[in-house]
Design a protein around this ligand. Sequence first.
Ligand code: ADP
Ligand code: MG
Length: 317
Amino acid sequence: MEFTLIARHFTRATPGAVLGVGDDCALLAPSPGMQLAVSTDMLLEGRHFSPQDSPAGLGHKSLAVNLSDLAAMGATPRWATLAIALPEANDAWLTAFARGFFRMADQHGIELVGGDTTRGALTVSITVIGEVPPGQALRRDGARADDDVWVSGTLGAAAMALAYRQGRLFMEQIDAARVLPALYLPTPRVELGIALRGIASSAIDISDGLLGDLGHILERSQVGAVVEFAALPTLPVAQTYLHEKVARDCVLAGGDDYELCFTAPAARRDAVQAAAQSAGVAVTRIGRIAAEPGLTVIDADGQPLPIDHTGYDHFAA
Ligand code: ADP
Ligand code: MG
């Protein structure tokens, strides 16, 4: 039963692996001279998604959030394992989940080479493995004073969608429809991460909100930053709600965007733009690294904004 399930839904050709699903371990041969980048992310029903969410969307998102970690390291995706707990073996659900999962996998050339399947409360845990040339990984500890701070794409849409769903932010239905895809179908910035090798001095993916995640770069790099609120890129539809504090908080500290926040020397601005263009994603300069620790957000007049929240903490009340 479990084996039919694995054979039917999770076994695909894996030309990039020596041995894929079906034995006690997968066998992987890294490209000569490359370092492996490895990351795991777990999604729990009730915390990261709700029971009524679409299974195809969950398949997409659970792999996308893992690919986002590879993107943030500048790693090329190669292999993944999938541990999944299910309350029951529901064939229609699994078919849809696998469709969303493999569509995302095929887009980024990552192969499912193993995993574990068990009965239990719906939980998806994925491990991804990527490759990066030695010394070229985009780490959190490389930001230097006077570097520019950049973000890809737009900020806040996923958190605004969640706030709308939870009744904390009122939006016209037509506007909500424009932010909801950010929450359910995030795009990992894999090509951008790879293109930024040798250009960005540090990088992180924004899973828990800009301020919190940029804060991780600052802490690891032992520097500070000044960010201009007015420079933060948002969807046009989000701008119509920025008079609401909830919406501003979504832009500054809302989770689930999976954009990249990175730093680069000011002398590399053209190289950053060229990398973004080759990756087909917009990037925006939002501030500057400072020698003194601390993160300041300033308004259009250069006045510091009060910041009460620096990112979503799973262990906060
Ligand atoms: P074992 O008992 O040796 O751990 P399993 O019965 O758990 O073996 O799994 C059998 C094979 O199927 C293994 O190769 C394992 O990696 C793979 N597998 C199990 N569950 C999944 C899954 N959800 N996705 C992909 N491969 C899986
Ligand atoms: Mg097992």
